[in-house]
Design a protein around this ligand. Structure first.
Ligand SMILES: CC(C)(COP(=O)(O)OP(=O)(O)OC[C@H]1O[C@@H](n2cnc3c(N)ncnc32)[C@H](O)[C@@H]1OP(=O)(O)O)[C@@H](O)C(=O)NCCC(=O)NCCS
Length: 171
């Protein structure tokens, strides 16, 4: 099976990310259908800080998804559950609508969580907060090994807290 490649996003990726974010199936949940300029600024800002790591994902030499990894302790999510200092969070978007709903998301999310746990030895949990109404997302996270840990009332949505815990074998 071919594998995913994760790389840090940079401002020159802004046109691609803005295009993905403008797709209705992404915009509906991300609400970040911004201009190329705003995305370039956003990526630059994230790259300069410690809070998050924007990434572009490639499969079979084709860039197809955007992932943001973030430190929960520096995120607003920290206000909504009993986080651990080393928890990491993940936001995901497959930009091409013809590639969703085919099992790619669950494979990607499993790989992303495995990669975070491997590269951050102190981290024992990778979390996500999909909208409770975003069934494809909740199901893809669950199929990738994330477990539902209840609901969170965030300002703009009711979210499901999904948690992928480091296994005993991985520890
Ligand atoms: C969320 C996302 C990454 C999931 O990736 P994916 O490749 O579509 O997911 P998978 O194919 O692995 O799994 C999708 C699951 O949802 C189900 N599903 C898909 N469309 C559905 C629908 N309209 N209603 C109910 N279930 C649906 C599929 O049947 C599958 O579940 P199952 O195999 O348990 O039956 C992708 O859909 C995406 O990028 N969406 C737009 C952005 C987004 O919502 N991001 C998440 C923000 S937290």
């Amino acid at each position: 099976m071919t594998s995913f490649q994760l790389r840090r996003a940079a401002p020159p990726d802004a046109p691609l990310i803005a295009l993905w974010m403008a797709q209705p199936h992404v915009r509906r949940w991300w609400h970040q259908g911004w201009s190329v300029e705003r995305w370039a600024q956003e990526i630059e800002q994230q790259a300069a800080g410690e809070h998050s790591r924007p990434c572009v994902i490639t499969l079979d030499a084709e860039e197809f998804a955007y992932v943001e990894l973030y430190r929960v302790r520096q995120d607003r999510l920290a206000e909504y559950y009993a986080y651990d200092d080393e928890d990491w969070g993940v936001h995901v978007a497959i930009g091409d609508s013809t590639r969703v709903g085919r099992g790619l998301g669950r494979r990607l999310l499993r790989t992303v969580a495995d990669t975070v746990l491997r590269s951050e030895p102190a981290c024992t949990r990778v979390v996500a907060e999909p909208d409770i109404e975003n069934t494809p997302s909740v199901r893809a996270f669950a199929a990738a090994g994330f477990v539902q840990h209840g609901e969170l009332q965030l300002p703009e949505k009711t979210a499901v807290l999904m948690v992928r815990t480091r296994t005993v074998q991985e520890a």
